[in-house]
Write a protein that binds this ligand. Structure first.
Ligand code: MN
Length: 198
C-alpha cells in the first residue's frame, strides 16, 4: 500500500505565498487522491509492492499503463514539490549550487528569469524543474504528470503549475504565484542535498 507522506512543514507554514486553504486542498485532496487511485490500480498486480520509481520507469510511455504512470508520477512529483518549498526560503543559494548557477545558467538573475519563464510558459498543467544532467544544471518543464526521472535527469527543485496549485490564491495570475515561490519559498538546502557529487 502506498501512503500519503507527511508534509515537511506545519499546516499554514507557507502562507501567505501558498495559503492554508490551498494547502489543505492540494495536499489533503489532490495528492491524497493520487495515492488512493494508485492503490486501487496496483491491487493484485505485480506492482503492489514496487517502489514508485519502478512503477514510473516501467509505465512511462506505455499507453496501456497510463493510469498507473500518471498516478505514481503525480505522487512522486507532489512529494518532491513539498520538499522543494520551505517557509523563509527563496532568494539566492550559496556554495556549489551558486557557482554552478553562475557557470551553467548565466548567474542567479538569469536563472530566476528562466525558471519563472519555464513555469509561466508551460501550456496547461505541468511542472517547472531545476535539474542536473551530465554534471550541469538545467531548467526544464514537463507537462501533466511527466517527470524528469524518465529522461535521465536528476530533479533538484520543482514548481507545480497545475491550476489547483495557485487558483484559490492567485486565480489566473500564475506569474504572481511563480515569482512569490521563487523569491520566498524555494528550499535550496533540499536542492543541495539532491545535487549529485561530481
Ligand atoms: Mn498539484
Amino acid at each position: 500500500m502506498f501512503t500519503l507522506p507527511p508534509l515537511p512543514f506545519a499546516d499554514g507554514a507557507l502562507a501567505p505565498v501558498v495559503s492554508a486553504n490551498t494547502l489543505s486542498f492540494h495536499y489533503g485532496k489532490h495528492h491524497k487522491a493520487y495515492v488512493d487511485n494508485l492503490n486501487n490500480l496496483v491491487k493484485g498486480t505485480e506492482f503492489e509492492s514496487a517502489t514508485l520509481e519502478r512503477i514510473i520507469g516501467d509505465s512511462a510511455g506505455k499507453p496501456d499503463r497510463a493510469g498507473m504512470f500518471n498516478n505514481a508520477a503525480q505522487i512522486w512529483n507532489h512529494t518532491f514539490y513539498w520538499s522543494s518549498l520551505t517557509p523563509g526560503g527563496g532568494g539566492k543559494p550559496a556554495g556549489r549550487l551558486a557557482s554552478m548557477i553562475d557557470s551553467d545558467l548565466g548567474g542567479y538573475d538569469q536563472f530566476r528569469k528562466d525558471f519563472a519563464a519555464a513555469a509561466v510558459s508551460q501550456f496547461g498543467s505541468g511542472w517547472a524543474w531545476l535539474v542536473a544532467e551530465g554534471g550541469k544544471l538545467k531548467v526544464v518543464k514537463t507537462g501533466n504528470a511527466e517527470v524528469p526521472l524518465t529522461r535521465g535527469q536528476t530533479p533538484l527543485l520543482t514548481i507545480d503549475v497545475w491550476e489547483h496549485a495557485y487558483y484559490l490564491d492567485y486565480q489566473n495570475r500564475r506569474g504572481d504565484y511563480v515569482n512569490a515561490v521563487i523569491d520566498k519559498l524555494l528550499n535550496w538546502g533540499f536542492a543541495a542535498d539532491k545535487l549529485p557529487r561530481s
